[in-house]
Design a protein. Structure first.
Length: 118
């Protein structure tokens, strides 16, 4: 099992969250804390989550994302997921997450998408 780590930066005033390692129940509190920290420090409506260093998510990890997606949608927010492996994309599609998020190949294309649509 790969330990979970998370960090975030602002790219052109857009929060970009870098996920690394396995997304499981152990990552739940760190995901929630990071989301709350971003919300306090930035007013962006759109957040980018980069999965390029994460290849595994289980049902607990999916549940964590469902919770923060639901909270963020209540304030008219959006998430764009980038760097998804074929496996992660398939899992997220099967559980229906792809109906509530946007997907971009990489961070640069996500930022362009945000700049042209918002």
């Amino acid at each position: 099992m790969n330990p979970f780590n998370i960090k975030w930066v602002l790219e052109k005033d857009i929060p970009v969250v870098f996920l690394e390692g396995d997304i499981t129940s152990e990552s739940d509190s760190l995901l929630k804390e990071t989301y709350a920290e971003i919300k306090k420090k930035n007013r962006s409506r759109v957040y980018i989550f980069d999965f390029s260093k994460s290849n595994y998510i289980n049902s607990s990890g999916i549940s964590s994302f469902i919770k923060i997606i639901h909270i963020h949608k209540e304030s008219n927010g959006e998430f764009i997921f980038t760097g998804l492996s074929d496996h992660l994309l398939k899992v997220m599609d099967i559980v229906g997450l792809t109906e509530y998020i946007s997907i971009s190949e990489n961070i640069e294309s996500a930022i362009k998408k945000i700049q042209t649509t918002h």
